[in-house]
Design a protein around this ligand. Structure first.
Ligand SMILES: [Zn+2]
Ligand SMILES: [Zn+2]
Ligand SMILES: [Zn+2]
Ligand SMILES: [Zn+2]
Length: 211
């Protein structure tokens, strides 16, 4: 499986950029948004979240500085990760961070945090604090998407021609088993119920993740 890096769309203005292009774009777009959007404002962090081992999956997030790691964890589970309630941790180097900690008590621009979901079939993310700014807060949503990668195109590992739509979890351990419809029918590991769907997440094909 080789998911190629793709552009993503800015949630505010709709323009498309690569992950790093988006980081630059957001610096200005967040200022524009603040000037043109009504609502309560408060201190926010701009976080870039990326799969630690693939450039294909990334998010730019706005996080209320007064929210906790627990709510960031809940957000990441919802958008990218949750399959069966596995454990997760945030840490900086070897130092694990308590889930009850407020972002403002830990984060500073330029800082990098690591995050892991599931200590068995782990999905590992790198969170970079891109900046701190006064943001327009969304009631009841302490974490919101500023931008997200568009679904990467992945070609079938068997024929190399058609887009993969299903994943054999067994073969995915070896970095293969992303299959087009036709090749999935011929695949020998299991019948159709056994496959997982190709979804826009770094956890596609892992454990029981279906999106
Ligand atoms: Zn924008
Ligand atoms: Zn699971
Ligand atoms: Zn195929
Ligand atoms: Zn297989």
């Amino acid at each position: 499986m080789k998911a190629k890096a793709n552009k993503g769309a800015c949630a505010h203005c709709g323009k498309e950029y690569t992950k790093s292009g988006m980081a630059k774009h957001l610096e200005q777009c967040l200022i524009d948004k603040l000037q043109t959007t009504q609502g309560k404002t408060g201190p926010c962090f701009h976080l870039q979240v990326a799969d630690r081992f693939s450039s294909a999956y990334w998010l730019h997030l706005q996080a209320d500085a007064n929210t906790t790691l627990k709510s960031l964890d809940a957000f990441l589970r919802k958008i990218w990760l949750e399959c069966c309630g596995h454990m997760s941790v945030f840490h900086i180097g070897p130092h694990q961070l308590g889930m009850g900690r407020k972002l403002a008590s830990i984060l500073e621009p330029g800082m990098e945090l690591d995050y892991e979901y599931d200590m068995g079939d782990t999905t590992a993310l790198r969170i970079t604090v891109m900046g701190e700014y006064p943001g327009v807060l969304t009631p009841k949503k302490p974490v919101t998407v500023l931008a997200r990668n568009l679904p990467p195109a992945v070609l079938c590992d068997a024929c190399g021609k058609k887009p993969a739509v299903m994943i054999c979890p067994e073969c995915n351990y070896e970095g293969e088993g992303w299959l087009c419809k036709g090749c999935a029918k011929k695949h020998e590991c299991g019948d159709e119920d056994y496959f997982l769907p190709v979804v826009n997440s770094p956890r596609a094909g892992v454990c029981g993740y279906t999106g």
